[in-house]
Write a protein that binds this ligand. Structure first.
Ligand code: URA
Length: 189
């Protein structure tokens, strides 16, 4: 309980800082900073790429089409998204939903690292290439790491596909379903 209160305090401070951030050009085009949300008690985090149009409008992560699919995939394995802390590598929307540039990922890294320090997740699900590379290294190939949990510094990472990649691709949807079943098993373990 004390740990949770401490985490929430740290996240509040960091959110306030991010909301005033002008470290990269995305600050000039964003509507809202999409910092992250969810419970911290389970010590489980999901990390996506960057906010899209809907997220930028609402200031909440994964509330657009990819988010709806993520909710559905989670609920099929009995997980309510509010149980986990959800955020993105980059907190401001890249114009036209292009992938964030490496300089933008670096500018935003202090917020992601701060969130990790606050939440102290035992399990981190990495949704897509940008999250996988930001956390596991730029050389990482998604196809070779996806679906295989790996432990680093006492923390389990589960790299998987980005839910947007499954919106029109049934093959990717099946892979994501498989990985969500793995996620469920890891949650219990
Ligand atoms: N895609 C992401 O990576 N993050 C969001 O918050 C929404 C879509």
């Amino acid at each position: 309980m004390e740990d949770e209160a401490r985490a929430l305090r740290m996240l509040d401070e960091l959110r306030a800082k991010a909301e005033g951030c002008t470290k990269c050009p995305l600050s000039a085009t964003r509507r809202r900073v999409v910092f992250g949300e969810g419970r911290v008690g389970l010590r489980v985090m999901m990390v996506g790429e960057a906010p899209g149009r809907e997220e930028d409008a609402q200031g909440r992560p994964f509330v657009g089409r990819a988010g709806k699919l993520l909710d559905e995939l989670l609920s099929r394995v009995g997980v309510d998204r509010r149980m986990v802390y959800i955020t993105n590598v980059v907190k401001c929307r890249p114009p036209g939903n292009r992938p964030p540039r490496r300089s933008e990922v670096e500018a935003c890294r202090e917020y992601l690292l701060g969130q990790l320090e606050a939440v102290k997740p035992r399990l981190v699900v990495l949704l897509g290439r940008v999250a996988i590379r930001a956390m596991l290294g730029e050389g990482c190939s998604v196809t070779s790491v996806r679906g295989k949990p790996l432990v680093r510094e006492g923390r389990t990472f589960l790299p998987t596909l980005h839910p947007a990649s499954a919106l029109y691709n049934p093959g990717n949807l099946m892979l994501l379903e498989e990985d969500m079943a793995t996620f469920r098993r890891l949650l219990e373990g």
